[in-house]
Design a protein around this ligand. Structure first.
Ligand code: C5P
Length: 400
């Protein structure tokens, strides 16, 4: 099911050049099943036409509190009733000031004041000096205290030519925030550490020994944990994937680096999910220079030493995080997975068949714990990840 299926949002546009991104945002939200009513301030109509937003949303666009098309003249009440949220993108400095003071002198500000329990999310967009001004910062702090969710702003080049904080988040980032917003929050207040991707063990400067791992499963779990309200730290081996939105990524290459990164973070985390395909060995006699082929084409004599078992070590840590392991097997999944769970000393182990999951966008998770096993249906990786996060949250003991 699409992430925003059959959910209706009110998308408010206020006066700012970032209005051009709101058309794209509306489109991307529709891709995920959302229905969208657009409300624009008079200033917004100088940056984006109502015709564009009406054509894209397939619904009338509202700009005027005195709109005679609304039979009871109550658009400021009726639009938010039954809506999942009001999203103001872009939210100008002026509009933020109005919201902070409870002003209601046009349709959009009146609608915000009259919205009752309907959540309000705003994506500020303004020049960096306007954003940093104490008055704006005061107003934003007031909105946060009033329960308004502030999305961004981003940082970087601004339309005025200056560089700094105040850009509206990109449509794709706002979409991720909105999808996260509608997800349940069973990990709110928790910190989750995740390893993902392969490790690469150096043979020489141009050659490595590695495992096949796209990182997709670990990254999906990182995203699902973020959506579930957790602070997430991702320790990732080399992958082609961008970091999931809202998740800081520590990039490593070798198992030793992954081990060091995990050990420096683990103690302050509530949950550790080891998804990475860590190489079992590293090359002891790795060469600093490229190994040349000999005349006889003799293969190099590599010597190996075992890598630290990161998961088993974290699982033994006194007062350490609650640990989840992974077992990608090619056969006898059930026997191998339960045995691995015991060996690693973890309360939950997720098994999957490598050939079913590797590199693809879908997977079948089988959860093993003290009570036995539970097989989840074959799902997209993000849906499987959300189910896993839910299963973790249900099993997580209260920590003092
Ligand atoms: O021992 P094996 O590699 O089969 O175990 C897989 C599980 O252990 C995965 O959760 C993997 O991330 C973790 N692991 C680890 N450090 C290693 C090897 C595996 O954390 N050196």
């Amino acid at each position: 099911m699409p992430d925003l299926d059959q959910q209706r949002f009110v998308l408010g546009l206020t006066g700012g050049i970032a209005c051009y991104k709101s058309a794209e945002l509306l489109r991307r939200m529709q891709d995920h099943g959302a229905d969208i009513d657009v409300v624009m301030t008079e200033a917004a109509t100088h940056f984006m036409t109502t015709t564009t937003m009406q054509a894209l949303s397939g619904r009338p666009v509202y700009t005027d509190a005195w709109d005679s098309r609304v039979s009871n003249s109550m658009a400021h009440i009726s639009l938010t009733r039954g809506a999942r949220a009001v999203l103001i993108a872009p939210a100008s400095a002026d509009f933020i000031a109005k919201l902070a003071h409870g002003m209601a002198d046009d349709l959009l500000s009146t609608l915000c004041l009259a919205r009752g329990a309907c959540p309000l999310l705003i994506a500020p967009a303004m020049n960096r000096e306007m954003w940093e001004h104490p008055a704006t910062q005061r107003n934003v702090a007031q909105l946060r205290a009033d329960g308004v969710m502030i999305l961004g702003p981003g940082t970087g080049d601004q339309a005025c030519g200056e560089v700094g904080d105040g850009r509206m988040l990109e449509p794709q980032q706002l979409l991720q925030e909105i999808i996260a917003f509608v997800q349940p929050k069973p990990l709110a207040g928790k910190t989750v550490l995740i390893t993902a991707g392969p490790t690469a063990e150096k043979i020489d400067p141009v050659r490595v020994i590695s495992n096949r791992s796209s990182g997709k499963t670990g990254y999906a779990i990182a995203r699902a944990a973020y959506e579930a309200g957790a602070k997430v730290i991702l320790v990732s081996g080399p992958t082609a994937l961008p970091a999931p939105y809202g998740v800081p990524r520590i990039e490593v290459e070798t198992a030793a680096q992954m081990h060091a990164a995990v050990m420096s973070q683990a103690r302050s985390c509530d949950v550790f999910i080891a998804v990475a395909a860590v190489a079992d060995w590293h090359v002891v006699n790795a060469s600093d220079n490229k190994i040349k082929k000999t005349a006889a084409n003799q293969p190099p004599a590599l010597q190996f030493a075992p890598n630290p078992d990161i998961l088993a070590e974290v699982a033994q840590m006194p007062g350490g995080p609650w640990c989840v392991g992974f077992a990608a097997e090619t056969e006898s999944l059930h026997d191998n997975a339960q045995a691995k769970r015991q060996r690693k000393g973890v309360p939950l182990l997720v098994g999957n068949l490598a050939q079913d999951s590797m590199g693809g966008d879908a997977t079948t998770f089988v959860l093993f714990d003290d009570d036995g096993m539970e097989e989840l249906p074959r799902l997209s990786k993000i849906e499987a990840a959300r189910r896993l996060i839910d299963a973790i949250a249900k099993r997580l003991p209260d920590r003092a």
